[in-house]
Design a protein around this ligand. Structure first.
Ligand SMILES: Nc1ncnc2c1ncn2[C@@H]1O[C@H](COP(=O)(O)OP(=O)(O)O)[C@@H](O)[C@H]1O
Ligand SMILES: [Mg+2]
Length: 266
Protein backbone atom coordinates (compact mmCIF):
# COMPACT_ATOMS: atom_id res chain seq x y z
CA UNK A 1 0.00 0.00 0.00
CA UNK A 2 2.68 2.48 1.10
CA UNK A 3 6.29 1.57 0.44
CA UNK A 4 9.07 3.86 1.58
CA UNK A 5 12.67 2.93 0.85
CA UNK A 6 15.95 4.51 1.97
CA UNK A 7 14.40 7.94 2.45
CA UNK A 8 16.83 10.75 3.22
CA UNK A 9 16.18 14.44 3.80
CA UNK A 10 18.72 17.03 4.91
CA UNK A 11 17.77 20.65 5.55
CA UNK A 12 20.35 23.39 4.87
CA UNK A 13 22.92 20.93 3.48
CA UNK A 14 26.59 21.92 3.60
CA UNK A 15 25.95 24.86 5.92
CA UNK A 16 26.58 25.28 9.65
CA UNK A 17 22.84 24.73 10.15
CA UNK A 18 22.78 21.39 8.33
CA UNK A 19 20.12 19.13 9.77
CA UNK A 20 19.75 15.51 8.74
CA UNK A 21 16.04 15.05 9.40
CA UNK A 22 15.67 11.64 7.69
CA UNK A 23 18.58 9.19 7.55
CA UNK A 24 17.33 6.21 5.62
CA UNK A 25 13.71 5.51 6.51
CA UNK A 26 12.32 2.17 5.36
CA UNK A 27 8.66 1.50 5.98
CA UNK A 28 6.04 -0.66 4.28
CA UNK A 29 2.38 -0.43 5.23
CA UNK A 30 -0.21 -3.05 4.39
CA UNK A 31 -3.67 -1.99 3.30
CA UNK A 32 -5.73 -1.12 6.38
CA UNK A 33 -2.72 -0.71 8.68
CA UNK A 34 -3.41 1.88 11.38
CA UNK A 35 0.04 2.90 12.54
CA UNK A 36 0.74 5.19 15.48
CA UNK A 37 4.03 7.09 15.25
CA UNK A 38 5.98 8.31 18.25
CA UNK A 39 9.45 9.71 18.83
CA UNK A 40 11.06 12.62 20.57
CA UNK A 41 10.95 16.17 19.22
CA UNK A 42 12.98 16.54 16.06
CA UNK A 43 13.21 12.81 15.34
CA UNK A 44 11.79 13.33 11.84
CA UNK A 45 8.13 12.37 12.23
CA UNK A 46 6.67 15.45 10.54
CA UNK A 47 9.40 15.47 7.89
CA UNK A 48 8.48 11.90 6.97
CA UNK A 49 4.83 12.87 6.65
CA UNK A 50 5.69 15.99 4.64
CA UNK A 51 7.75 13.89 2.22
CA UNK A 52 4.84 11.46 1.82
CA UNK A 53 2.42 14.34 1.21
CA UNK A 54 4.82 16.10 -1.16
CA UNK A 55 5.24 19.30 0.88
CA UNK A 56 8.90 18.87 -0.05
CA UNK A 57 10.88 16.20 -1.85
CA UNK A 58 13.35 13.83 -0.22
CA UNK A 59 17.01 13.97 -1.31
CA UNK A 60 17.19 10.22 -1.80
CA UNK A 61 14.89 7.23 -1.66
CA UNK A 62 11.46 6.38 -2.98
CA UNK A 63 7.82 6.62 -1.94
CA UNK A 64 5.24 4.38 -3.58
CA UNK A 65 1.52 4.60 -2.94
CA UNK A 66 -0.35 1.59 -4.27
CA UNK A 67 2.52 0.86 -6.63
CA UNK A 68 2.65 4.41 -8.00
CA UNK A 69 5.98 6.18 -7.48
CA UNK A 70 4.98 9.56 -6.03
CA UNK A 71 8.48 10.59 -4.89
CA UNK A 72 8.64 13.55 -7.28
CA UNK A 73 4.93 13.99 -7.91
CA UNK A 74 3.79 17.55 -7.08
CA UNK A 75 1.83 17.93 -3.86
CA UNK A 76 -1.44 18.95 -5.51
CA UNK A 77 -1.30 15.98 -7.89
CA UNK A 78 -0.80 13.36 -5.19
CA UNK A 79 -3.41 15.07 -2.99
CA UNK A 80 -6.01 12.83 -4.62
CA UNK A 81 -4.49 9.84 -2.80
CA UNK A 82 -4.04 11.48 0.57
CA UNK A 83 -6.20 12.82 3.39
CA UNK A 84 -4.42 14.95 5.99
CA UNK A 85 -5.11 16.53 9.32
CA UNK A 86 -2.51 18.60 11.14
CA UNK A 87 -2.13 20.00 14.63
CA UNK A 88 -3.33 23.49 13.78
CA UNK A 89 -7.15 23.63 13.55
CA UNK A 90 -6.79 26.73 11.36
CA UNK A 91 -5.24 24.68 8.57
CA UNK A 92 -7.24 22.26 6.50
CA UNK A 93 -10.45 24.24 6.22
CA UNK A 94 -11.31 27.49 4.46
CA UNK A 95 -12.30 29.87 7.26
CA UNK A 96 -14.32 32.24 5.08
CA UNK A 97 -16.41 29.49 3.56
CA UNK A 98 -19.45 27.77 4.94
CA UNK A 99 -19.38 24.31 6.46
CA UNK A 100 -21.30 22.95 3.47
CA UNK A 101 -18.95 24.62 0.96
CA UNK A 102 -15.93 23.12 2.70
CA UNK A 103 -17.48 19.66 2.64
CA UNK A 104 -18.47 20.09 -1.00
CA UNK A 105 -14.86 20.88 -1.84
CA UNK A 106 -13.69 17.78 -0.02
CA UNK A 107 -16.28 15.62 -1.77
CA UNK A 108 -14.64 16.46 -5.10
CA UNK A 109 -11.24 14.98 -4.26
CA UNK A 110 -9.74 13.43 -7.36
CA UNK A 111 -12.47 14.82 -9.60
CA UNK A 112 -11.98 17.61 -12.14
CA UNK A 113 -12.24 21.05 -10.63
CA UNK A 114 -15.36 23.02 -11.34
CA UNK A 115 -15.57 26.62 -10.29
CA UNK A 116 -19.08 26.69 -9.06
CA UNK A 117 -20.77 24.50 -6.54
CA UNK A 118 -24.52 24.48 -6.60
CA UNK A 119 -25.95 23.10 -3.39
CA UNK A 120 -27.58 19.89 -4.43
CA UNK A 121 -30.07 18.84 -1.83
CA UNK A 122 -29.02 15.21 -1.97
CA UNK A 123 -25.48 16.17 -1.10
CA UNK A 124 -26.64 18.49 1.66
CA UNK A 125 -28.60 15.65 3.22
CA UNK A 126 -25.47 13.50 3.06
CA UNK A 127 -23.40 16.22 4.77
CA UNK A 128 -26.03 16.69 7.45
CA UNK A 129 -25.92 12.98 8.18
CA UNK A 130 -22.13 12.95 8.38
CA UNK A 131 -22.11 16.00 10.68
CA UNK A 132 -24.69 14.41 12.95
CA UNK A 133 -22.25 11.57 13.58
CA UNK A 134 -19.75 14.04 14.99
CA UNK A 135 -22.17 14.71 17.81
CA UNK A 136 -21.12 18.36 18.03
CA UNK A 137 -24.44 19.90 17.06
CA UNK A 138 -23.11 20.88 13.64
CA UNK A 139 -25.81 19.21 11.54
CA UNK A 140 -27.92 22.35 11.56
CA UNK A 141 -25.06 24.69 10.86
CA UNK A 142 -24.30 23.90 7.25
CA UNK A 143 -24.35 27.59 6.37
CA UNK A 144 -22.12 28.68 9.24
CA UNK A 145 -18.73 30.10 8.29
CA UNK A 146 -16.02 27.69 9.43
CA UNK A 147 -14.01 30.55 10.91
CA UNK A 148 -16.58 31.06 13.66
CA UNK A 149 -16.34 27.48 14.96
CA UNK A 150 -14.22 26.21 17.86
CA UNK A 151 -10.90 24.40 17.35
CA UNK A 152 -12.45 21.03 18.14
CA UNK A 153 -15.32 21.59 15.73
CA UNK A 154 -12.92 22.63 12.99
CA UNK A 155 -10.63 19.70 13.61
CA UNK A 156 -13.58 17.30 13.47
CA UNK A 157 -14.73 18.81 10.18
CA UNK A 158 -11.19 18.63 8.80
CA UNK A 159 -11.15 14.93 9.69
CA UNK A 160 -14.50 14.47 8.03
CA UNK A 161 -13.23 16.27 4.92
CA UNK A 162 -10.07 14.17 4.84
CA UNK A 163 -12.12 10.98 4.83
CA UNK A 164 -15.32 11.99 2.98
CA UNK A 165 -13.91 10.43 -0.16
CA UNK A 166 -11.88 7.56 1.33
CA UNK A 167 -8.19 8.36 0.70
CA UNK A 168 -5.63 5.67 -0.06
CA UNK A 169 -3.67 7.08 2.84
CA UNK A 170 -4.69 9.11 5.89
CA UNK A 171 -1.97 11.23 7.51
CA UNK A 172 -2.55 12.67 10.98
CA UNK A 173 0.16 14.86 12.54
CA UNK A 174 -0.62 15.43 16.23
CA UNK A 175 -4.12 16.39 15.15
CA UNK A 176 -5.49 16.50 18.69
CA UNK A 177 -2.50 18.14 20.41
CA UNK A 178 -4.00 21.64 20.34
CA UNK A 179 -7.36 20.55 21.79
CA UNK A 180 -8.52 20.31 25.39
CA UNK A 181 -8.52 16.72 26.72
CA UNK A 182 -12.26 16.18 26.38
CA UNK A 183 -12.42 17.46 22.81
CA UNK A 184 -9.23 15.57 21.95
CA UNK A 185 -10.90 12.36 23.13
CA UNK A 186 -13.92 13.04 20.93
CA UNK A 187 -11.76 13.67 17.89
CA UNK A 188 -9.70 10.52 18.59
CA UNK A 189 -12.85 8.43 18.84
CA UNK A 190 -14.07 9.93 15.59
CA UNK A 191 -10.70 9.08 14.06
CA UNK A 192 -11.03 5.47 15.17
CA UNK A 193 -14.53 5.33 13.72
CA UNK A 194 -13.64 6.80 10.32
CA UNK A 195 -10.52 4.64 10.04
CA UNK A 196 -12.28 1.38 10.82
CA UNK A 197 -15.38 2.16 8.74
CA UNK A 198 -13.25 2.95 5.70
CA UNK A 199 -10.51 0.40 6.52
CA UNK A 200 -8.18 3.34 5.91
CA UNK A 201 -4.42 2.91 5.81
CA UNK A 202 -3.39 5.47 8.41
CA UNK A 203 -0.29 7.05 9.93
CA UNK A 204 -1.04 8.92 13.15
CA UNK A 205 1.73 10.90 14.85
CA UNK A 206 1.10 11.46 18.52
CA UNK A 207 3.20 12.73 21.41
CA UNK A 208 1.00 10.79 23.78
CA UNK A 209 2.29 7.28 24.48
CA UNK A 210 -1.02 6.11 25.89
CA UNK A 211 -2.81 7.08 22.68
CA UNK A 212 -0.06 5.38 20.66
CA UNK A 213 -0.67 2.16 22.60
CA UNK A 214 -4.46 2.47 22.65
CA UNK A 215 -5.00 3.06 18.92
CA UNK A 216 -3.96 1.20 15.81
CA UNK A 217 -2.68 -2.27 14.99
CA UNK A 218 0.93 -1.19 14.68
CA UNK A 219 3.30 1.25 16.35
CA UNK A 220 6.54 2.73 15.10
CA UNK A 221 9.03 4.85 16.96
CA UNK A 222 11.42 7.24 15.25
CA UNK A 223 14.79 8.34 16.53
CA UNK A 224 17.31 10.60 14.80
CA UNK A 225 15.70 10.23 11.39
CA UNK A 226 15.14 6.49 11.41
CA UNK A 227 12.44 4.02 12.38
CA UNK A 228 13.95 2.23 15.38
CA UNK A 229 10.95 0.32 16.73
CA UNK A 230 8.16 -1.37 14.74
CA UNK A 231 5.64 -3.45 16.66
CA UNK A 232 2.52 -5.10 15.20
CA UNK A 233 -0.48 -7.27 15.96
CA UNK A 234 -0.45 -9.33 19.15
CA UNK A 235 2.86 -7.88 20.27
CA UNK A 236 1.42 -4.38 19.94
CA UNK A 237 -1.62 -5.33 22.01
CA UNK A 238 0.61 -6.51 24.84
CA UNK A 239 2.80 -3.41 24.86
CA UNK A 240 3.00 -1.26 27.96
CA UNK A 241 4.69 2.09 28.38
CA UNK A 242 7.45 0.35 30.31
CA UNK A 243 8.09 -2.30 27.65
CA UNK A 244 7.97 0.34 24.95
CA UNK A 245 10.64 2.39 26.69
CA UNK A 246 12.77 -0.73 27.02
CA UNK A 247 12.37 -1.50 23.31
CA UNK A 248 13.37 2.04 22.52
CA UNK A 249 16.44 1.97 24.74
CA UNK A 250 17.56 -1.28 23.17
CA UNK A 251 17.01 -0.06 19.62
CA UNK A 252 18.57 3.37 19.98
CA UNK A 253 21.33 2.53 22.40
CA UNK A 254 20.17 5.49 24.43
CA UNK A 255 19.27 5.38 28.07
CA UNK A 256 16.79 7.63 29.71
CA UNK A 257 16.95 8.58 33.33
CA UNK A 258 13.87 10.60 32.67
CA UNK A 259 11.46 8.93 30.21
CA UNK A 260 9.10 11.87 30.51
CA UNK A 261 11.71 13.98 28.77
CA UNK A 262 11.43 11.73 25.74
CA UNK A 263 7.69 11.62 25.40
CA UNK A 264 4.68 12.93 27.17
CA UNK A 265 2.99 10.14 29.04
CA UNK A 266 -0.16 11.97 30.19
N1 LIG B 1 11.01 22.98 6.85
C1 LIG B 1 12.11 22.79 7.58
N2 LIG B 1 13.21 23.54 7.39
C2 LIG B 1 14.32 23.35 8.12
N3 LIG B 1 14.46 22.39 9.06
C3 LIG B 1 13.41 21.60 9.31
C4 LIG B 1 12.18 21.75 8.58
N4 LIG B 1 11.31 20.81 9.02
C5 LIG B 1 11.97 20.12 9.98
N5 LIG B 1 13.23 20.58 10.15
C6 LIG B 1 14.23 20.05 11.08
O1 LIG B 1 14.32 18.65 10.86
C7 LIG B 1 14.39 17.94 12.08
C8 LIG B 1 13.20 17.00 12.20
O2 LIG B 1 12.03 17.77 12.39
P1 LIG B 1 10.57 17.19 12.40
O3 LIG B 1 10.42 16.23 11.30
O4 LIG B 1 9.63 18.36 12.42
O5 LIG B 1 10.54 16.42 13.79
P2 LIG B 1 9.32 15.87 14.65
O6 LIG B 1 8.07 16.06 13.88
O7 LIG B 1 9.67 14.43 14.91
O8 LIG B 1 9.34 16.67 15.91
C9 LIG B 1 14.42 19.00 13.18
O9 LIG B 1 15.75 19.24 13.53
C10 LIG B 1 13.83 20.22 12.52
O10 LIG B 1 14.32 21.39 13.07
MG1 LIG C 1 6.30 17.14 14.29
Amino acid sequence: MLKITHLHKTFFPNTPNEKKALRGVNLTLEEGDFVTVIGSNGSGKSTLMNCIAGVFYPDKGHILIDGVDVTRMPEHVRAKYIGRVFQDPMKGTAADMQVAENLAMASRRGKPLSLKWSSQSSQLAEFREALKELDLGLENRLETRIGTLSGGQRQSITLLMATLVPPKLLLLDEHTAALDPKTAEKVLNLTQKRVSEGNLTTLMITHNMRDALRFGNRLIMMHEGRVVVDVKGEQKKELTIQSLLELFEKASGAEFDDPEALLTVD
